[in-house]
Design a protein around this ligand. Structure first.
Ligand code: TEU
Length: 530
């Protein structure tokens, strides 16, 4: 296992490997199952490292694999320093890190500091200890409002629907911005901070190369816990500029400075924050030199398949980090949002547009995060009610179907479920029978497949001088289209979201997302030129 002394700060600075890295988000329970229980696990990931190397990714982001009752599929952590038996054990984790490094792939892991599981020993102690105890002080317990305390302490709602407070038998209420099984930790408490530092060092000492920080805009709460402005909340949409007191409170930056201080003792490691903050200046505060190395922004996820909307998302994202010296971080999908093949219309059109947007994303300067099977062109799945497990489904009174549709296990080979994901036919979420044409096996040798497009694009991005530099310049373009040029290396990327073919910009076609229309760029297509 590597110790922090393996790299000198100078080498580490040079090896700021993450600044143009391609990460692959492994949704652990849906990537590959090694023991036939129908759920993905750590040894399953290890068995597919050759595929990930062939795909051409530089690093992995593993979603939570820690001990958890799985009320929110692992984002309710009962022990942040142990592996849940569902996914293996610490020895399996160590094997995975060692083998990934052998394949020249780095490993980053999820960190869930905003809340714990309600089965975490601390929360169980808090329930036993009663009001005013130091055990309760590790969480956010308050007396209720109303003459008998029967009303929640404020009007905050949970991201998953319903109130953000749950009352315990002795009459106090505790805060949970997500599910009741995810009580928010009190970040004013020294033991909470000390425990996170312990967790950071525990995984860094096991050789991880970094972290993805869950709800990085959470943790700090406003002193008075004042009421929020209740607006209709569209799930998965960036909150607008009206400040939401539940998130993005200034106290959060001291927490990120503490995290960064620990990580600076492990040169060559990095942290990316999940930051659902729309205001560019407030977003930029998270990636200052003494805070996070990178910050997810979700503008590309939120933009529809429209050249103007995509250009605005790109310009906004670059502007947000321009003053910080931090590269932008791009993603089209993750485990919380509808897969982009479906977002762009589904079926053949959705696939065609997803191919185009992949070339746009991979042409951009900075860091890329690919999501669990997007390289196979997987769509969102309309799962039957009986299969739904996302807490959103229950907490929204069966009005929000939740995120399971983007989490269906990857199809690897064969012509019917479980498509090589597992030896168990009953996988934790059912795979559609018609995924037989989407398996990695069916696509690997097909030059026209989505998988081949990703492999070729990633190869060019890694090796072609056209991708040098961090700045873009925009060309004039017909309505519904755009073209930008990487000012450093000269690569040009053009996108046509209009309804008709348009003339190509000048240059030699390096790669296109679909067939050209003579010397014209057809609709729903993107092209790279050098
Ligand atoms: O999601 C965070 C999240 O959903 C909120 O930040 C919300 O989307 C945003 O504030 C809306 O404006 C993370 C994980 O990615 C997700 O899977 C977990 O369910 C959640 O945290 C709780 O840990």
């Amino acid at each position: 296992m590597r110790r922090s002394s393996d790299l000198t700060p100078e080498i580490a600075e040079e090896s700021a490997w993450w600044r143009d890295a391609v990460f692959y988000q492994v949704y652990v329970r849906s990537f590959a199952d090694s023991n036939g229980d129908g759920v993905g696990d750590l040894d399953g990931i290890r068995s597919r490292l050759g595929y990930l190397e062939l795909l051409g990714v530089d690093a992995l982001w593993l979603t939570p694999f820690y001990r958890s009752p799985m009320a929110d599929h692992g984002y309710d952590v009962a022990d942040p320093r142990d592996v849940d038996p569902l996914f293996g054990d610490l020895a399996a984790f160590d094997r995975l890190v060692a083998d990934a490094h052998e394949h020249n792939i780095r490993v980053t892991v999820d960190l869930v500091p905003n809340h714990s599981s309600d089965l975490h020993e601390w929360f169980q102690e808090a329930l036993q200890a009663g009001p005013g105890s130091m055990e309760r002080a590790r969480y956010i317990f308050r007396e209720g409002r109303g003459f008998d305390g029967s009303q929640p302490p404020n009007n905050w709602v949970s991201v998953f629907g319903g109130p953000a407070w749950t009352r315990v038998p002795d009459g106090q209420w505790y805060l949970h911005l997500f599910a009741p099984e995810q009580p928010d930790l009190n970040w004013e408490h020294p033991e909470v901070r000390a425990d996170l530092e312990r967790t950071l060092r525990f995984w860094l000492d096991r050789g991880v190369d970094g972290f993805r920080i869950d709800v990085a805009h959470g943790m700090a709460k406003p002193e008075g816990l004042q009421d929020m402005e209740i607006r209709t909340q569209v799930p998965g949409v960036l909150s607008d500029d009206v400040h939401d007191p539940r998130f993005d409170n200034d106290g959060v930056h001291e927490i990120h400075r503490m995290i960064r201080k620990v990580m600076d003792g492990y040169p060559g490691t990095m942290a990316v924050g999940e930051i659902w903050v729309k205001d560019d200046e407030r977003f930029a505060a998270y990636v200052r030199p003494d805070e996070l190395h990178l910050g997810f922004n979700f503008r590309l996820v939120e933009a529809g398949f429209d050249a103007d909307a995509v250009r605005t998302a790109i310009e906004h994202s670059l502007a947000a980090v321009a003053l910080t010296g931090t590269p932008a971080t791009w993603t089209l999908s993750n485990h919380d949002v509808v897969r982009h093949v479906t977002r762009y219309g589904g079926g053949a059109l959705g696939e065609q547009r997803a191919r185009a947007m992949t070339l746009v994303e991979l042409a951009l300067p900075g860091v890329i995060y690919l999501y669990n099977g997007e390289e196979l062109g997987l769509p969102n799945v309309e799962l039957p009610d009986w299969a739904l497990q996302d807490p959103t489904w229950e907490r929204s009174g069966h009005t929000e179907r939740g995120r399971d549709g983007c989490r269906v296990p990857i199809p690897w080979e064969g012509t019917s479920p479980p498509f090589g994901f597992s030896t168990a036919v009953n996988t934790w979420l059912p795979q559609p029978n018609e995924w037989d044409h989407l398996t990695a096996e069916a696509q690997l040798e097909d030059p026209g497949s989505m998988l081949s497009l990703y492999r070729e694009a990633l190869e060019h991005r890694k090796s072609n001088a056209g991708f040098a530099g961090e700045e873009l310049e925009w060309y004039g373009a017909p309505a519904g289209c755009f073209a930008f040029r990487r000012k450093g290396g000269g690569l040009i990327c053009a996108l046509n979201t209009s309804g008709a073919s348009v003339p190509l910009p000048p240059g030699q076609v390096l790669l296109s997302s679909g067939p050209m229309d003579g010397d014209q760029l057809p609709p729903d297509t993107a092209v790279w030129l050098v």
